[in-house]
Design a protein around this ligand. Structure first.
Ligand SMILES: NC(=O)c1ccc[n+]([C@@H]2O[C@H](COP(=O)([O-])OP(=O)(O)OC[C@H]3O[C@@H](n4cnc5c(N)ncnc54)[C@H](O)[C@@H]3O)[C@@H](O)[C@H]2O)c1
Length: 342
């Protein structure tokens, strides 16, 4: 029987945002399920491809091809640009599309605006990890954000939307304007904790039980393990802020070992320094499955490289919501040359 070619839909950022609004809990559960599918080996997630430009060294576009089984059953690719200079021009740093491919025919069936999907899955993953890592220790009362752009905002939204509350929220950014913009966002969001803006990373780290790194630092700027003597949980979302010495003095959990030990992330620098991976404790899936214990007497660093399968899981969820609501914008005749001999 000939297969039917799927209709091709274009899904705007507005549609994505409306589909995900207020869904912090179900989306975090969906991310948990996707990690479990990945841990069970029912995904294909090759290394991300980094397109870099000799004349624009700070910019990059990353391709994240992936395939996820489980109950999702979709292939696809996220194509995400990072142009840090955009921020000074008043534009978000990252822009992205996500293509979903039909597993029966290979045909792409949707193109989704994906900066929101990417920020959403990143935030959900960080908050999921924080939830699992604090189940034994109890939820800590003080959080601090180093780097206060869009990703920090989404992470805070996901903490608040999944039932976390804090006594204190620390804020630090190299740009006073960005720190103040984030503070305004926190106040508008109804954050009930006391908000403190710190003018240096050390003060923020020493005052935080959860430290969120969401900067655009390319090389470590936090190098003193003594700042972490109170054994905080570090959500190392921007991946390159802390020195290998801090990594080596901590318990380390990653999303995927092969992915994370690449591209000069802090764990990758640690591996280059000592020549082995013994400092890695395991993956988030290992923690969720109870395969590893997390000692409370060291800092705990979670380094999520960011897996394409997570984007697919969230993208498929958005697509399904719009499809079932009859709100897909189909591009008629997108696939046109469908008869082999005309
Ligand atoms: N691991 C993942 O899965 C994942 C996914 C998405 C984004 N990210 C990363 O998250 C980071 C933040 O993304 P964004 O969109 O919010 O970026 P952004 O440009 O909007 O914000 C970054 C902020 O960090 C600040 N900053 C830069 N260097 C700093 C430093 N040394 N100390 C303190 N503040 C500093 C900047 O002033 C800016 O306000 C990026 O590095 C991005 O690659 C990771």
């Amino acid at each position: 029987m000939p297969q039917q070619v799927p209709a091709f839909s274009v899904i705007s950022g507005g549609q994505v945002q409306r589909a995900l609004a207020g869904q912090e809990k179900p989306v975090t559960e969906l991310i948990e399920a996707a990690y479990k599918v990945h841990g069970a080996g029912d995904t294909v997630n090759p290394p991300s491809y980094f397109l870099r430009f000799p004349d624009r060294p700070t910019s990059r576009i990353i391709a994240l091809p992936a395939s996820i089984g489980g109950g999702v059953g979709v292939d696809g690719i996220k194509w995400i640009s990072s142009f840090p200079e955009n921020v000074a021009a008043g534009l978000p740093r990252a822009s992205a599309v996500l293509i979903l491919n039909d597993q029966a025919t290979g045909y792409p069936f949707a193109c989704l605006e994906s900066s929101i999907i990417s920020a959403t899955r990143t935030a959900a993953s960080a908050v999921l990890a924080a939830d699992w890592f604090t189940r034994q220790r109890g939820r800590p009362p003080r959080i601090g954000f180093i780097g206060t752009g869009l990703i920090a905002r989404y992470i805070h939204t996901y903490f608040a939307g999944t039932g976390w509350s804090f006594d204190e929220v620390g804020v630090h950014d190299l740009s006073a304007e960005h720190a103040s913009g984030f503070r305004d966002y926190l106040e508008r969001s109804g954050e009930s904790g006391r908000i403190s803006v710190h003018d240096n990373a050390e003060a923020l780290i020493r005052a935080s039980d959860i430290v969120v790194f969401a900067t655009v630092a390319a090389t470590p700027h936090v190098t003193d393990p003594a700042w972490f003597a109170h054994n905080p949980l570090v959500l190392n979302v921007s991946l390159r802020d802390v020195s290998p010495e801090i990594v080596l003095a901590s318990t380390n959990v990653v999303d995927d070992v092969e992915h994370c030990l690449k591209a000069n992330t802090s764990p990758h620098l640690a591996e280059q320094l000592v020549g082995n991976r013994d400092f890695l404790h395991g993956t988030l899936d290992d923690v969720m499955a109870g395969r590893v214990e997390l000692p409370a007497d060291r800092p705990l660093v979670f380094s999520p490289f960011g897996l394409g399968v997570l984007d697919l899981a969230v993208g498929a969820h958005v697509y399904e919501q719009l499809r079932s609501a009859g709100e897909l914008t189909v591009v008629d005749d997108f696939f046109h040359e469908l008869r082999r001999y005309g």
